[in-house]
Design a protein around this ligand. Structure first.
Ligand code: TYM
Length: 329
């Protein structure tokens, strides 16, 4: 059976090399396995304060990034989450099948809310995984490519699907996450104990950074004591992270990457990593600029949303029927 693949990216902050390696880079290949639904999670972006103009610009950027990753839009539907109203409708139904206890145990919620005053934590941030589960369920997706930090949310979606199907019969498709073997968690260059994230300008490589800045960031990445280029996350987290970046971009194993640098010093190794990153992101940025200028993303998003609506509305109908909502059409 052909697979149904779905993933989303939030248009908040600037996209990083972590997002690129964790998911974007692989999305082109996924289209060979079945129909793909890739979307801009703009409703999710509202769960933390964001300026309207920034959200608009980020959404356009993200559409261009998806396309610059080379996805074939005949096989992958690219759309804005907010263009398909079924996401919000299914969310309204599904929020009754996930519970406060399990939502409050989500690591992402704990991380984000721990930095905020309780009175400033929006309900949307707390209920974030309900909307994400709805995103996945609507397309009968069986495969969800994500980085490691989103695995918990996909697992919760599985719990929800099982719970729902136990109660109403086999209505929903059970999804599973897929992570890249190498690169599912790219770490910060300035603090390799932390994930590279959109909100950490020092340790991040942003996809829109110019190549000189990227090179500088890599050359000044935190390394470890010793001088051997070896993969050892515990004792050499900085070098291990750079090896992961190198291996993921060259699509080789960590062991093969290690072999290339057995006799290298840290400086030469970093230079090789910088070359690979600049090579790949240089070409990617060039495509991004062409797509942004041509505005071809507008037509792609409209067509993608039309197909997405078809599939999503049919799932929504099935769910409404299952729970006892009247479909009077
Ligand atoms: P977001 O926008 O935070 O990240 C997009 C994707 O990038 C992955 N990622 C990373 N991978 C490797 N190393 C890193 N340092 C790194 N940082 C981020 C994330 O795991 C993610 O796959 N909740 C999602 C968006 C979403 C979604 C969905 C995803 C909404 N609905 C349905 C899948 C299915 C998010 O905020 O991703």
């Amino acid at each position: 059976m052909a697979e149904r693949i779905l993933t989303g990216i939030k248009p908040t902050g600037q996209l990083t090399l972590g997002n690129y390696i964790g998911v974007l880079k692989n999305l082109k290949k996924e289209t060979e396995r079945g129909e793909c639904f890739y979307f801009i999670a703009d409703l999710h972006a509202l769960t933390l304060p964001i300026e309207p103009e920034v959200l608009r610009q980020n959404s356009i950027d993200l559409a261009c990034f998806y396309l610059a990753a080379g996805i074939d839009t005949k096989k992958a539907n690219l759309f804005l989450q907010s263009s398909v109203s079924a996401h919000a409708e299914l969310n309204a139904i599904m929020q009754n099948y996930l519970y406060m206890g399990e939502l409050s145990r989500m690591t992402q919620f704990k991380d984000k809310s721990s930095k905020m005053k309780e009175s400033a934590i929006g309900l949307g941030l707390f209920a974030y995984p309900v909307l994400m589960a709805s995103d996945i369920i609507l397309y009968d997706a069986n495969i969800v490519p994500v980085g490691e930090d989103q695995v918990q949310h996909v697992e919760l979606t599985r719990d929800l699907v099982n719970r729902f199907n136990n109660r109403y019969g086999e209505v929903l498709t059970l999804p599973k996450y897929e992570m890249r073997k190498v690169g599912a968690r790219i770490m910060s260059l300035s603090d390799p104990s932390k994930k590279m994230s959109k909100s950490d300008p020092k340790g991040d490589i942003f996809l829109k950074d110019d190549l000189t800045t990227i090179r500088k960031k890599i050359m000044s990445a935190v390394t470890d004591s010793g001088s051997e280029v070896k993969y050892d996350v515990e004792n050499k987290p900085g070098i291990s992270n750079l090896l992961t970046i190198y291996a993921a971009l060259k699509e080789i194993s960590i062991e093969d990457a290690e072999k290339e640098f057995v006799n290298s010093r840290y400086g030469d190794f970093k230079k090789a990593v910088a070359d690979v990153v600049c090579n790949e992101l240089g070409a990617f940025q060039e495509k991004y600029r062409q797509i942004l200028e041509s505005k071809e993303y507008e037509k792609v998003l409209l067509e993608g949303a039309a197909r997405a609506r078809e599939v999503a509305n049919s799932t929504l109908k099935r769910v409404k029927k299952a729970v006892g909502l009247l479909n009077l059409e």
